[in-house]
Design a binder for this molecule. Sequence first.
Ligand SMILES: Nc1ncnc2c1ncn2[C@@H]1O[C@H](COP(=O)(O)OP(=O)(O)O)[C@@H](O)[C@H]1O
Ligand SMILES: [Mg+2]
Length: 285
Amino acid sequence: MKDRSTRDEIIRVEQVCFAYPGQQAQVLDAVNLSVGAGEFLAILGHNGSGKSTLAKLLNALFVPSSGKVYVDGIDTGDADRVWDVRRVCGMVFQNPDNQLVATVVEEDVAFGLENLGIPAPEIRPRVEDALAAVGMGEYALSAPHMLSGGQKQRIAIAGVLAMRPRVIVFDEATAMLDPAGRDSVMDVVLRLCREEGITMVWITHFMEEAALADRLILMDQGRVAMEGAPREVFARVEAVRALGLDVPEMAELGQRLNKRGLELPEGILTTREMVVALCRLKSGT
Ligand SMILES: Nc1ncnc2c1ncn2[C@@H]1O[C@H](COP(=O)(O)OP(=O)(O)O)[C@@H](O)[C@H]1O
Ligand SMILES: [Mg+2]
């Protein structure tokens, strides 16, 4: 995989401020952000910190009050190119039930393509590919309302994938799912990122999901408060807590054990890493 510093830039957010119409309050305050093509970027932040607003600016649902957002080089403020932006950058939202519109899965996945005016013979193979990519090929003729939450979210992802986007923004797409559904969605998204090179912007409040990202940003009051690789960010337990967020359980345990005099390496995030580190300490290697 390419290092972030050598990746091409796919999203650029420059000095973006945003206030909702008729409101004084700046919901985003001079946000700068660059996302590399193929990167998995997670965005964390307590409620009201501006994550969903930022997400909608990436997809030209909103345009900045000041500053610029470029998606694949396209200025989202260019009214003639709104649909080009949305073709490049798809979105998946929290509630799967609000995103599915048809009574049959394959029709749902085809819906966006029909709206884009894709010729009929091209639609079928794209729908089949998209359903296969999310592991839902067998459900093409099922009724969406019969599916589990995780399956519904994967259908919503297939609907976006069928448009062949370069970026997908997920706004707490696993928040309403059970643990199995969350895992199934996370597996699909990680694979699409690693194998297809699709850039993922993953807004979440699950620290374990964020730990899997290439890079994290932490939002606070409409600003980017912290940024870095998950290991760097979560090693700063107190700073993360000060922003109203938790760190993964194992990062916290590592810090507590070190305060009691154990010498564990910094940056432990998962149970597996903790077990390995403790065994090394015990055996003295
Ligand atoms: N449609 C809206 N109109 C006015 N204010 C809004 C609207 N949506 C969100 N806000 C406000 O903008 C701020 C950021 O909200 P949001 O982007 O939804 O944050 P997050 O997704 O991090 O919870 C909050 O103070 C929220 O109350
Ligand atoms: Mg939100």
